[in-house]
Design a protein around this ligand. Structure first.
Ligand code: ATP
Length: 677
């Protein structure tokens, strides 16, 4: 699962603050209990926050103990932070004891947070801070918002905090995820965001656990299989219950603890051996099963090629017209059979032969831990391709961590990549930070713009790739990592090597397979790409099409910004389009049309300026270009083309040509009569 996994379906944070409704009966009861506990613990309402930092050893042993949690939570924290950025809030991860392990936040709020001791190392259990979202969520093992004066200590009453416990794959609380902000920035959707993000973390942890177990994915609605809300239960090959995620417990109506007494057959009214029969022929097509509580659910199983319960009849299904792609091994039915995932190799295959060949090569090496180097101009989709490689690999459920070596200041790349211990350098965040390489452990590390990696760090990166160990700045111990590396660049690395700017040994480590993405202007599937981008922009909206004139126009452009430029252009056009839903030239940005007329009609651009400065002379011109084309014909053709594009709108055509309306009107008699309004 990529780290950029969307939580975008959640209501967006609008930044519009609101007041919380009065707590419902259940919440009021929970708060009441928490206050009573706080009293029992002897927490003083007016106590000053505790500023004492834990010792370095204490913090680093807490990080060691919580490495599993951190690795799965950090990428999702980034995504969650993306949703709440600029709302005077921060995202916190704590241990099961309520100790803050990691925080991400708005700078202005971080400052304030440090005043109420919301910094890594601080203890937010009820025992030390009284009623608060973190401590109370841990005590009650449920998600809660604690707002303003619901906090036990007056020092914390300027805060609004929403927190969810995080359960590990064995059903134990392993930590919490919390969003804390200024109480004036309260938003009613925050708790839902936090809860779902915690569930994402749990599902990530769950996905990588119990590799040899029989894994059943289920939901009452087949379209929810493969989504955040699917239930996942795992059993031993003999049918003993091992574990279940939050949704599975909910659907089965039994807690993790209660499920321990069950077996596959007591829950699904079938011996586990019947699963082999049920999924024989195709393991990826959902089947229906009845649960012990009478509810019927759609299920699929996950194939373990070499697992103890592997069965020949459960071999992955072949895809139409080709060999089984590696992705079919772990893909959900939606990925392998129906609509390809937005970022799968299959999705990127839109008919261009060069792209097809890139995809074929990549499919051959997926899951072989061969480093991939993607070359291509800016905006050709290198990032998207890297994600697709990850999503189609067996590492898909582990993090995909992207580092853009060009966008991080040279002085920070080292810390960003390798991490650092507390006090490793001036300006280092207290308590240190885990680097991107360790964050990607188990998954894929995408090094974008690798050509911008400073030379002195190239040797360190090489060591990581060779020894599979990272030594964070200032650390005495190495950290073992298992990452597969994909890198990308638009630079000519070979030339950089010859100039001594890039290490040859690193280049050979990174270029297990080199693929080049063609520029958009070189692609033969331009029209399909345009329609696909348009469709993605219109999701959920009435369908918008492109007039054939505009399509011709777009196809003739050289697209220096490639797919990114196309995407941005169409995004604007979709907003500008009239109610008929057809994109015409008038819906394209003026600067694009101007550039197009200059770029596409280089001789005409000269011509246009000639027209503008000496219209009369041109009207009488019989000047002949060297290739035998009459200047006047070129002029008239250009005008006709622009008028057609602008549906006879003289002002728009004149603007696109950079001439006055009169220049066009003067040639009225020489132009086809139906062209002018
Ligand atoms: N095959 C594709 N189909 C549709 N849209 C695409 C495709 N490839 C890329 N895009 C879109 O183009 C934009 C740029 O893609 P991406 O960031 O992957 O390019 P890039 O080559 O990594 O760019 P840069 O070199 O500048 O980092 C994104 O908005 C992406 O969604």
């Amino acid at each position: 699962m990529p780290i950029v996994e969307s939580v975008g379906r959640f209501p967006a944070q609008t930044g519009v603050a609101s007041q919380p409704a009065a707590p419902d009966h259940h919440v009021a009861e929970v708060l009441d209990k928490a206050n009573r506990r706080s009293q029992t613990y002897g927490v003083s309402v007016h106590e000053e926050p505790d500023y004492t930092s834990p010792s370095r050893g204490h913090m680093s042993s807490a990080m060691d103990e919580n490495r599993f949690l951190f690795q799965h939570a950090a990428p999702i924290m980034e995504t969650l932070y993306g949703q709440i950025a600029n709302t005077h809030s921060m995202v916190l991860l704590t241990s099961a004891q309520g100790m803050v392990l990691h925080s991400l936040g708005d700078n202005d709020f971080l400052e304030k947070a440090s005043r109420v001791a919301l910094v890594p190392g601080t203890d937010w259990s009820e025992k030390t801070k009284g009623t608060n979202a973190i401590g109370t969520a841990l005590s009650e093992e449920e998600a809660i918002t604690v707002h303003g004066n619901q906090h036990y200590m007056s020092a914390n009453q300027s805060l609004t905090c929403s927190c969810s416990p995080i359960f590990d794959p064995h059903g134990q609380v392993i930590g919490t995820l919390d969003v804390t902000g200024d109480h004036r920035s309260y938003h009613q959707h925050t708790l839902a965001l936090v809860r779902m993000s915690a569930q994402l973390i749990e599902n990530h942890m769950f996905a990588g656990s119990f590799p040899k177990a029989v894994r059943l994915h289920f939901h009452s609605r087949p379209e929810f299989l493969g989504t955040l809300v699917e239930g996942i239960a795992v059993f031993s090959p003999e049918g003993r219950f091992i574990s279940a995620n939050r949704s599975a417990q909910f659907q089965l109506g039994l807690s993790h603890h209660a499920l321990q007494a069950h077996t596959f057959s007591s829950l699904f009214n079938l011996p586990i051996s019947a699963l082999f029969e049920l999924f024989s022929g195709s393991a990826s097509i959902p089947r229906q099963l009845g649960m012990h509580n009478g509810v019927s659910v759609w299920c699929r199983t996950e194939i373990k090629p070499a697992g103890p319960w592997s069965h020949p009849s459960l071999a992955p299904v072949e895809q139409e017209g080709g060999a089984t792609p590696p992705s079919a091994r772990t893909a959900t039915p939606t990925q392998s059979r129906c609509k390809p995932h937005l970022s799968s190799l299959q999705y990127l295959d839109t008919g261009d032969a060069q792209i097809k060949s890139v995809i074929q090569k990549l499919r051959r090496i997926v899951d072989r831990d061969i480093p991939v180097m993607i070359l291509g101009e800016t905006g050709t989709g290198k990032d998207l391709l890297a994600q697709a490689i990850h999503n189609d690999s067996a590492r898909a459920r582990m993090p995909f961590v992207a580092v853009n070596c060009a966008s991080i200041p040279e002085t920070l790349i080292e810390a960003e990549l390798f991490g650092y211990e507390e006090g490793a350098f001036t300006g280092a965040r207290k308590k240190g930070a885990i680097g991107k390489i360790v964050q990607a452990d188990g998954g894929t590390l995408f090094l974008d713009e690798i050509g911008d990696m400073p030379r002195h760090l190239q040797a360190r990166l090489l060591r990581v790739l060779q020894e599979r160990k990272v030594s964070p700045l200032g650390a005495r111990k190495d950290v073992e990592v298992d990452v597969t590396v994909v890198c990308a660049t638009h630079k000519n690395i070979r030339e950089m090597i010859s100039r001594g700017e890039f290490r040859e040994d690193l280049y050979y480590r990174l270029n297990g397979l080199v693929v080049r993405l063609p520029a958009l202007r070189e692609r033969t599937d331009f029209e399909v790409v345009v329609k696909k981008v348009l469709k993605s922009l219109c999701e959920g909206e009435p369908h918008i099409t492109i007039s054939s004139d505009v399509m011709t126009l777009l196809a003739s452009y050289h697209w220096p910004g490639n797919l990114r430029q196309l995407h941005n252009l169409l995004r604007t056009a979709v907003v500008m389009v009239d109610t008929d839903g057809v994109i015409d030239a008038e819906h394209l940005p003026d600067d694009f049309l101007e550039e197009l007329s200059i770029a596409n009609n280089a001789p005409l651009a000269v011509e246009a300026s000639v027209i503008a400065s000496a219209p009369v002379a041109i009207a009488n011109s019989e000047e002949v270009f060297t290739d035998g084309v009459r200047l006047q014909d070129v002029t008239l053709n250009t005008m006709a083309q622009m008028l057609r594009i602008h549906r006879g709108n003289v002002s728009a055509a004149a603007k696109a040509l950079g001439v006055s309306r009169n220049t066009i009107y003067r040639k009225k008699n020489l132009l086809p009569p139906d062209l002018l309004n």
